[in-house]
Each structure stands twice: as structure tokens, then as C-alpha cells.
Ligand binder design. Structure first.
Ligand code: GLU
Length: 282
């Protein structure tokens, strides 16, 4: 079976070094297998997606040499009705208030459980998880055991009618024939939830690879406040793509390479730190 990977940027924030590390892993993984790499713009949350950010992301990808073999439709143009219909037996509407959700799970992601029996006609659509602890294999992290219920039943359609990332990412990967999901390890634990969605949609889950999570020098997840860790800012400060690669590739266990092509012979999905890796300076 041909390997099909994807780069799946969300155009709500500019490309930072953590994204570059995950995308490099996806690129190298697909190339090492003589596979295909697709680009999918994950703009399902139209309230946050921005056209100018999407253009800047595309420019950064080209500048870095993160080439793809094709592009699939934007999420915002897709129809998730068929996937929802297939999942219908496990869907229910949740009308928990924020306070009730926080009572169910401290991060406010849970349902108190009563909505399941109430058969509401309105509210956020949740997917009923059906197992406790489960295991899956990540190519870098090895066997992982997680209990997806720690995240609560995921919301597939928000109260305002928008389809969520959870449904979109899995439905799209199935539609796009993706065999290899490579992304940042902030999503590692969440993989168990997504595996349940893959299975409920009748598709064999892909191979998983989670690249190290890159943190700012302050130990926090990279965000707008870490301006200089963004590719655009590095470019403006006079950095070349080779400068960026010499910073990023060692996080994937690759030394002395200044481009993806040079890095390819050294690619080993298990090499390098699991992370998180904190930037030395901002
Ligand atoms: N669009 C997601 C992000 O930017 C990535 C989703 C995935 O790779 O599964 O974080």
C-alpha cells in the first residue's frame, strides 16, 4: 500500500518552529517511503481561519522547501453530513452548561452524562466513546495506553452548528486516503479518541507518528507571544531556510543537514528526543 501523508495546517496562526518540526517529520516520513504527501488547509473553524494567514503559511512552506504532491479541498468546502449519518447511532445532543461541563471535567470538556438519555433536539452533538483504556502504537513513542474518557465524549458539531476539528480531521483523512498521520505530540494522547472515530467510520486507523513538542524558552506552548520562533519573523530577520533547518532537524535526530533533501538519508522516525524541547532563547 502506498504511503499517503499530509500537512494539515490550521490557518489561524502563523507557522512556528513547532509546526515546522512536525511538517518536516511528515515530509521525511512520506519521502522515505516513496509515498505521497498532501496539503490540506484545516479551516473548518471559519470563525478563526484567515485568508492572509493561509497565504503566509503557503509562502513559508514554499520558502522552506516543504513541497507536497497535491492539495485536497479546504475543510470549509466539504460536506460532513455523510460521516455524521454513519456515526448517528453513537451521537447525542448535549445541553450541559459551562458549570456542568466543568463539574464533569475540570477543563470544561465533559458532559455530565444525563444528556445521553434525554434525546435533546438541540445542543452540541457529542460522540459516545465506548471503551476505557486502550493501546495504540506510535512510531516514535512506542506503545501508548490512554483512556480516552479522560477527554470526555468529543463534540463533533458545536452548538453554533460548526463541525469540529475532531470530526473533520478524521473524516478528511479517510476521504483523502491518508495512511500516515504525522503531527505534533500535543495531539498524542488525543489519538485514542480519534482511533474510535476512525473505527466507527469503518476505516482502518493510520500509522501514527508524533513529533516532539517544541516549547518557548519560557516553557510554554509556542504562540503569538513567541514572535521570533515564527518562520516569517526569522525570514525578516535575515535567516535563510538552511538556518531554520539547522535548528529544527536536530529535534528529529538529524545532524549536519541544511535542507530536507540532505536530511532524508538520516531519517529515522524513532531518532531524536521525544520532547518536549524548549527553545534555548526567544
Ligand atoms: N490542523 C491541526 C493543527 O494544525 C493538525 C491536525 C492533525 O494533524 O491531526 O494542529
Amino acid at each position: 500500500m502506498t504511503t499517503v501523508g499530509r500537512l494539515a495546517p490550521t490557518p489561524s496562526g502563523l507557522l512556528h518552529l513547532g509546526n515546522v518540526c512536525a511538517f518536516a517529520a511528515a515530509w521525511l516520513s512520506a519521502r522515505a517511503d516513496d509515498g505521497r504527501l498532501l496539503l490540506r488547509i484545516e479551516d473548518i473553524d471559519v470563525t478563526r481561519a484567515r485568508r492572509d494567514v493561509e497565504q503566509a503559511l503557503r509562502d513559508d512552506l514554499v520558502w522552506l522547501g516543504l513541497t507536497v504532491d497535491g492539495e485536497v479541498p479546504h475543510q470549509s468546502s466539504r460536506d460532513y453530513g455523510p460521516a455524521l449519518a454513519q456515526l448517528a447511532p453513537r451521537l447525542y445532543r448535549c445541553q450541559c452548561t459551562r458549570a456542568q461541563r466543568e463539574q464533569a471535567l475540570p477543563d470544561g470538556a465533559g458532559c455530565q452524562g444525563r444528556c445521553l438519555e434525554r434525546d435533546y433536539q438541540e445542543g452540541a452533538v457529542r460522540f459516545r466513546l465506548d471503551t476505557g483504556a486502550m493501546t495504540f502504537v506510535d512510531r516514535r513513542w512506542g506503545a501508548q495506553m490512554t483512556d480516552p474518557r479522560a477527554f470526555g465524549d468529543p463534540i463533533l458539531v458545536r452548538r453554533d452548528g460548526l463541525v469540529s476539528y475532531n470530526l473533520a480531521v478524521v473524516a478528511d483523512d479517510i476521504t483523502d486516503g491518508v495512511t500516515d498521520v504525522v503531527r505534533g505530540s500535543d495531539l498524542l494522547e488525543y489519538t485514542a479518541v480519534q482511533i474510535q472515530l476512525w473505527e466507527a467510520l469503518g476505516a482502518p486507523p493510520p500509522r501514527w507518528l508524533h513529533a516532539p513538542l517544541i516549547l518557548g524558552a519560557d516553557g510554554k506552548k509556542l504562540s503569538k507571544s513567541h514572535g521570533s520562533a515564527h518562520v516569517g519573523a526569522m525570514r525578516e530577520a535575515g535567516a535563510t531556510p538552511a538556518d531554520v533547518w539547522r535548528v529544527v532537524l536536530p529535534w528529529l535526530g538529524i545532524d549536519g543537514a541544511s535542507s530536507l533533501d540532505e536530511a532524508l538519508p538520516q531519517w529515522d522516525p524513532t531518532a531524536g528526543p521525544r520532547g518536549p524541547v524548549a527553545l534555548a532563547q526567544e
